[in-house]
Design a protein around this ligand. Structure first.
Ligand code: LRH
Ligand code: MN
Length: 429
């Protein structure tokens, strides 16, 4: 059930194919001079996928306001259809990461079939104990898994276990646990007791994990708490994941660090410890801005992929990160932002793949800082678009996903099917 007609994509590609082929051949010659086989890189890129955040296909907002666009998805089935468009055109997002209860539905097997009809599967499930649902007994105002009140903690644990049960019905293999628990005033929270309560609660969730599942702990420096956050940084996350067991690992959301923190080095540490769960890719200039991946600091994204490619290149054991986008699209068409962000992540991966590892290793060993930096920059400065275009075309996608999407009139069509949503008060969804 392809949301956009195949013929339309083929017709669109036909106008671009000859130039795309010429560009591919030319890049192939350039890379061959660097002893790099372009088809090998193409095959590796073709096997790379990044998950779409279900909460990212609707227009996002801030605490001040949200300005909905045309054809806003009304429910998880609309979201899946939009994810189907992203996968059909960009061919880099074979899975969707759901958020409960935002994506609650009455028939999970129907949802699984619908996803499969769009060529989609399900990545990590996301629990939500950072907002209260209307029929909830205990409020999360003062925390959830670390709340001082045992009944509130039990409610939060039960919700996470429910997310695992839903995920099992959908074929997901992981649960991401992000809690906003923390404090706004010095003295408001006992740091060590709150962390102990976090471990007591997550141990119960860990015990409910099926054998082949993983649990991703997501750290974040602040927001919604603005003095302290229980899982504030990779150190707290690593302590917890180490205490829980081998199925617990640390998820790195690129927007969850203080400005100028060396995120690629945190990634290297977690890889070395076998505790890298994976990523929530996005970009930021100030705080947890959830901007499009690579839109502000593309070199930083590339440097993260340089650590990932070097680990795979060296065959580091237990290295199996999950790749997900986590963005809020406040001023763009979310489908366009997600397609271009998926392509950006693919691009950073491809550029890291063409770094001459032997040249880099030799420069590092020789303390030749300039040649080491140049070896990396050479990868980053290589325009790999011809490889991404070839990967998409060979997979039945669009050489230019944004162009094909705009030509399809999909947004205008769903705007007719889905009632318009008036501007709402704040909130990311
Ligand atoms: C927290 C976060 C988390 C999601 C939420 C939507 O800031 O990154 O991953 O649950 O955004
Ligand atoms: Mn996140």
């Amino acid at each position: 059930m392809a949301p956009i007609s195949k013929d339309q994509i083929l017709a669109h590609n036909a106008t671009l194919q000859r130039h795309a082929d010429t560009d591919y051949e030319y890049l192939g010659e350039q890379l061959a001079r660097r002893n790099i086989d372009i088809d090998t890189i193409k095959t590796q890129v073709a096997s790379f996928g990044v998950a779409i955040p279900s909460w990212g296909v609707g227009t996002g907002g801030t605490r001040f306001a949200r300005f909905p666009g045309m054809g806003e998805p009304r429910h998880v089935f609309d979201k899946l259809q939009d994810c189907g468009v992203i996968q059909q055109l960009a061919r880099a997002t074979p899975t969707v990461s759901l958020h409960i209860p935002w994506d609650k539905c009455s028939d999970w097997s129907e949802l699984r079939q619908t996803a499969a009809s769009y060529g989609l599967g399900f990545d990590a499930m996301n629990s939500n104990t950072f907002s209260d649902q209307k029929d909830q007994s205990h409020s999360y105002k003062f925390g959830s898994l670390t709340h001082a009140d045992a009944a509130t903690r039990a409610q939060a644990v039960a919700h996470n276990i429910e997310c695992i049960e839903i995920g099992q019905k959908l074929g997901s293999k992981a649960l991401t646990v992000w809690v906003g628990d923390g404090s706004n005033f010095p003295g408001q929270q006992h740091f060590r007791r709150a962390f102990d309560r976090y471990l007591e609660s997550t141990r119960q969730i860990y015990a409910a994990l099926p054998g082949d599942w993983r649990m991703f702990l997501e750290h974040k420096i602040c927001e919604p708490a603005f003095y302290s956050t229980v899982i504030q940084d990779w150190g707290s996350s690593f302590m917890a994941a180490s205490a829980l067991g081998t199925k617990a690992q640390c998820l790195v959301d690129l927007g969850h660090h203080a400005p100028n923190v060396n995120i690629e080095m945190i990634v290297a540490r977690l890889i070395a410890a076998g505790k890298l769960a994976g990523f929530h890719f996005n970009d930021s200039k100030y705080g947890d801005d959830d901007l499009d991946a690579g839109s502000v600091a593309p070199y930083r994204l590339f440097l993260v992929f340089n650590e990932l490619v070097s680990a795979a290149h060296e065959g580091v054991t237990g290295f199996d990160p999950a790749y997900m986008l986590d963005q809020s699209h406040n001023v763009t068409d979310p489908i366009e932002s997600l397609m271009s962000s998926a392509a950006q992540v693919q691009q950073s991966y491809a550029q890291a793949l063409i770094v001459d590892r032997a040249e880099l290793d030799a420069a590092q060993t020789a303390n030749d800082a300039l040649m080491a930096s140049r070896a990396l920059k050479r990868g980053f400065e290589t325009n790999v678009t011809p490889i991404l275009q070839r990967v998409r075309a060979e997979a039945g996608g669009a050489i230019d996903p944004i162009g094909a999407y705009r030509a399809s009139g999909y947004r205008q069509q769903v705007a007719k099917d889905r009632p318009a949503v008036v501007g709402g008060s704040g909130g990311i969804v």
